[in-house]
Design a protein around this ligand. Structure first.
Ligand SMILES: Cc1cc2nc3c(=O)[nH]c(=O)nc-3n(C[C@H](O)[C@H](O)[C@H](O)COP(=O)(O)OP(=O)(O)OC[C@H]3O[C@@H](n4cnc5c(N)ncnc54)[C@H](O)[C@@H]3O)c2cc1C
Length: 469
């Protein structure tokens, strides 16, 4: 007899496992079908391994700075990447074990195999020569995404890599070309530079971190250049020619062709949604030309009882948004009528050095949306804690709506680049999403001395009065 569940989730990444955990906590009988490993991209080849390796870079920077604090280290620090890789794997394994026990503890049934959805919410699970069929009153498609590649750059795992291979890097290359200056490209460029590689970052658009507030990307670019990263924007990557263990990458700008010889090329040009992964034959589910599953604002596909969430739908490809969408879909299934998620206000965190974090509208987007805006920017160079830790690069920018009386009102966006901003974003995210005004936020106290004082200061100056300028 076909086993029937209240909810079957296809794909056990952040969107899928969040839905499974939340659904089971709400009393639903849930199954997850996963063809690879529970945890998905985020746990195995994404957020966690990337941040773990970036932490190695951060420790290295601290040790290099030790002399400034009067701590003499007898020699230049040396990196043993195999230890860092082992540490990374230990963290992944611990989280993987924890996640599996959470799911089984909540009585979520995990099916290993590739899930194919057909009509009537029937899911065929294929594993080697076996096929099993289960059925869900509701189905969530959370099949995620995989790295995009570019023509002429075949992934060989040796000299040309995507994030999947890069995160298992065994040796630090002397010279690297990172193609793509988005969040992942900037993190990798920063990591490699800290580890001692000569890095060229190639981005086709006019600025790195496209979509980010211009003041932030300009400040990051300046910091990158100061660290010695060669940032080239507005370029077209033409191809590469491999010779033994090296390759020459050609790129052009307005007709001028340049070449660089490197030991590694890292392709970070975005991620391809796995829209067709679950078959979807004989269903009404539609997949657009880019491979995204089409959903309405309630995350419903065109097939009755079938939802989709995470990287496979056309919203920002972020693990925490996947969690939120998975939870949203469960609330929908439970008939709780949740408020739709506005992708414009989700938090973004990028863990390069210096870090970048933001939520809400950029100055440009706010103006394009028809707001009269007023902005304030304050630099970490004047912040006591930043001086104490010796990391004064960066700024906080707050974009607020300008009221009819000319005064700053609601906070529309907060944009940060600097030390530990990924950990400072919380209150800014709440301010944007609670639609707080600058007066409301400025009334609250920031602990001293903290890096977060800069956010308080930036908001306070929008009230027309400030302490430090
Ligand atoms: C290097 C890197 C760094 C990143 N850093 C961050 C970060 O710092 N913060 C952040 O928020 N995001 C980060 N991301 C993005 C984040 O990893 C993704 O947004 C997130 O993993 C998406 O979750 P998901 O559940 O939608 O998909 P995925 O994590 O891709 O999971 C989908 C799962 O579905 C499975 N699957 C697919 N098809 C089927 C099928 N037919 N049957 C069964 N199983 C199937 C896959 O095996 C996979 O396990 C990073 C990504 C990368 C690559």
């Amino acid at each position: 007899m076909t086993k029937n569940y209240d909810l079957v989730v296809i794909g056990g990444g952040p969107a899928g496992y969040a839905a499974a955990l939340y659904g089971s906590a709400a009393g639903l009988e849930v199954a997850v079908v996963e063809e690879n490993k529970i945890g998905g991209t985020c746990l195995h080849v994404g957020c966690i391994p990337a941040k773990e390796l970036l932490e190695t870079a951060s420790v290295l920077r601290t040790v290099r700075q030790a002399k400034d604090f009067g701590i003499e280290t007898s020699q230049e620090p040396v990196i043993d990447l195999s230890i860092s890789q082992n540490r990374k794997q230990t963290v992944i394994d611990q989280l993987f074990t924890g996640l599996n026990s959470l799911l089984t503890g909540r009585e979520v049934t995990i099916y290993s195999g590739k899930g194919f959805l057909s009509s009537d919410q029937k899911i065929e699970i294929k594993k080697e020569n076996e096929t099993e069929i289960i059925q869900g009153k509701n189905v969530l498609l959370a099949t995620g995404s995989t790295p995009r590649t570019i023509e002429g750059f075949e992934i060989d795992g040796e000299i040309v890599m995507t994030s999947d291979e890069f995160l298992s890097l065994e040796n630090i290359p002397d010279r690297v070309a990172v193609i793509g200056g988005g969040a992942i490209g900037c993190e990798f460029a920063s990591l490699l530079n800290d580890l001692g590689s000569a890095v060229t970052l190639l981005e086709s658009l006019d600025e790195i971190l496209p979509g980010c507030d211009k003041d932030i990307s300009t400040s990051l670019r300046r910091s990158f250049s100061k660290k010695g990263i060669d940032v080239q924007t507005g370029v077209k990557v033409e191809g590469h020619e491999r010779k033994e263990q090296k390759t020459t990458v050609s790129w052009s700008r307005e007709g001028d062709v340049n070449q660089i010889e490197v030991d590694l090329v890292v392709i970070s040009v975005g991620r391809q949604p796995n829209g067709h992964s679950a078959g979807l034959q004989n269903t009404e589910v539609e997949v657009d030309q880019k491979g995204f599953i089409e959903v309405d604002e309630r995350l419903k596909t065109k097939e009755q009882g079938v939802w989709a969430a995470g990287d496979v739908i056309n919203t920002p490809q972020l693990a925490h948004l996947g969690f939120a969408e998975g939870i949203f879909a469960v609330k929908e299934i439970l008939g709780e009528n949740p408020v739709p998620i506005d992708p414009e206000t989700v938090p973004w965190c990028i863990y390069c050095d210096p870090e970048v974090a933001f939520a809400g509208l950029t100055e440009e987007k706010a103006k394009a949306a028809g707001y009269e805006v007023t902005v304030s920017k304050h630099r970490y160079s004047g912040n006591g804690r930043a001086m104490i830790i010796g990391e004064t690069d960066g700024l906080v920018k707050v974009v607020a709506e300008k009221n009819a009386n000319g005064k700053a009102g609601r906070i529309l966006g907060v944009h940060m680049v600097g030390p530990w901003v990924t950990e400072q974003l919380g209150q800014a995210y709440l301010a944007v999403n609670l639609e707080s005004t600058v007066d409301e936020v400025a009334n609250h106290i920031q602990a001293h001395p903290t890096l977060s004082e800069l956010f308080g200061e930036t908001v306070m100056s929008l009230t027309g009065r400030s302490l430090h300028g």
